[in-house]
Write a protein that binds this ligand. Structure first.
Ligand SMILES: Nc1nc2c(ncn2[C@@H]2O[C@H](COP(=O)(O)OP(=O)(O)OP(=O)(O)O)[C@@H](O)[C@H]2O)c(=O)[nH]1
Length: 417
């Protein structure tokens, strides 16, 4: 499971990181030729339109809010920070406004990303805007009412030893950004999803772009890149929704249908079914049933012989072996069957769970955690004259599976016997 998560993390994080590093190298290395100013400055708006369009189409209100935050930071840097840097210190109001913005954005981003998308999209978006707008409003009121206290909190360098002026933001803002990165990072590692990766890279990118204030392209190019990364995350998530099974993480039926259309002349297909699963569900409940399906899927994912597993539906899985005969697949299938049969699934007794963690550990130490195991049956068939297309091969594999069940379950049967 661990290795699986690391692979997923790498696949999720590498594309946005590659885009971000590409942009950073372009800016730092001055690799772009002189371009008309308007063109560069149109970038963030065009990318925001693209992202907002996609987010609206797929009902991703979280992304819409994050797009707003990126634009707010970009505009804040261009219209607040830049003039401030030219004019030098004088009126503290713009500095306070900028500090409040950079302090609030990572916090709002985190709150927004943990807020599950519910209700109708307009209602959901309205509630978010109301809540986050209220936070910003309270911040502005507090700054106006208590400018000295606000300055002391937002603009003071509280710990000079750990402050790096090159960060381009007040110290509390950099803490807020760091906290945002840590929380988003943990969420990303625990459940690698394109949105978490996009938000993590986005926060990092915002932190990176602010000190490059006077570089001709840094701000618009970075903002454009972050918004494009967000748009790609929306596309990637919708793609995953269509092709990946949510419960097990395996590719789903649609992905299987796609794969079946592109098989060559020789292939074998195995149908897999969890034994007595209805009884299992009835005895231990649907939640443990779901846990079993995840465990079975994590084994099937590791199938050898060039096979690839899909969730066919319910407790049925399909494994496609390109270039193989049915007999050649049997050892790989048997290996899976044995691994699943030997795997102990620990029942987490939620009702009688001890409050005290130490007691829990002690109880587990005494071997009180009850375990269960399941078995699977498999039927495998290959393409031949009698079964010339994937539908016919699946039907033949289903018949073999039926025989495996009839023969006592926990076994692999081939179509030809
Ligand atoms: N927990 C859980 N159960 C599911 C899911 N999908 C299907 N099931 C259950 O899987 C069971 C399928 O049982 P059956 O096909 O009747 O057969 P079986 O009990 O597996 O028995 P044999 O196949 O004859 O060994 C049903 O009780 C479904 O409710 C799911 O996503 N989660």
């Amino acid at each position: 499971m661990m290795q699986e998560r690391i692979t997923r993390l790498a696949f999720t994080l590498l594309p946005p990181l590659a885009i971000a590093l590409g942009v950073a190298a372009t800016v730092r290395g001055d690799l772009l030729p002189p371009l008309p100013r308007g063109l560069m400055e149109a970038g963030p708006w065009l990318a925001a339109l693209l992202g907002a369009g996609l987010a609206l189409a797929y009902g991703r209100t979280r992304v819409l809010v994050f797009i707003g935050l990126v634009l707010a930071v970009y505009l804040g840097a261009v219209f607040q920070l830049r003039p401030m840097a030219y004019q030098g210190a004088g009126d503290p109001a713009p500095a306070l406004g900028y500090a409040l913005l950079t302090f609030l954005v990572p916090m709002i981003a985190v709150a927004n990303s943990f807020w599950t998308e519910r209700y109708h999209i307009a209602m959901d978006l309205g509630l978010r805007l109301l809540a986050f707008g209220a936070c910003a409003g309270i911040g502005v009121v507090l700054i106006r009412q208590y400018p000295d206290a606000a300055e002391a909190f937002l603009l003071t360098i509280h710990w000079p030893a750990v402050h790096w002026p090159g960060l381009g933001m007040p110290q509390v803002s950099s803490w807020s950004l760091l906290l945002g990165l840590v929380i988003t990072g943990i969420a990303l590692v625990r459940g690698p999803r394109p949105f978490w990766a996009a938000q993590w890279v986005g926060l990092l990118g915002m932190g990176w772009m602010l000190p490059q204030l006077f570089h001709a392209y840094a701000l618009p190019l970075s903002a454009t890149a972050i918004l494009i990364i967000l748009s790609l995350a929306v596309i990637q998530e919708s793609f995953q929704m269509a092709f990946r099974d949510d419960l097990t993480g395996l590719p789903g039926r649609r992905a299987l249908n796609e794969r079946l259309q592109r098989l060559g002349r020789r292939y074998a297909i195995a149908m897999t079914d969890v034994d007595h699963f209805k009884k299992f569900n009835d005895t231990y409940g649907h939640d443990l049933g779901d846990q079993v399906l995840r465990v079975v899927a994590s084994h099937l994912r590791k199938v050898g012989g060039g096979g690839r597993a899909y969730r066919y539906g319910g407790e049925e899985f399909t494994i496609v072996f390109p270039g193989k005969r049915a007999q050649q697949c049997v050892p790989f299938l048997d290996e899976l069957r044995e691994a699943i049969q030997d795997y102990d699934i620990v029942i987490r007794d939620e009702k009688n769970r001890p409050e005290d963690r130490r007691e829990g550990r002690a109880r587990r130490g005494q071997g009180r955690g009850q375990t269960v195991s399941v078995t699977i049956s498999m039927g495998v068939a290959e393409r031949d004259a009698e079964h010339p297309d994937p539908e016919a091969v699946i039907k033949a594999a289903d018949q073999a599976l039926y025989r495996a069940k009839e023969g006592g379950r926990n076994r692999v049967c081939t179509h030809e016997g």
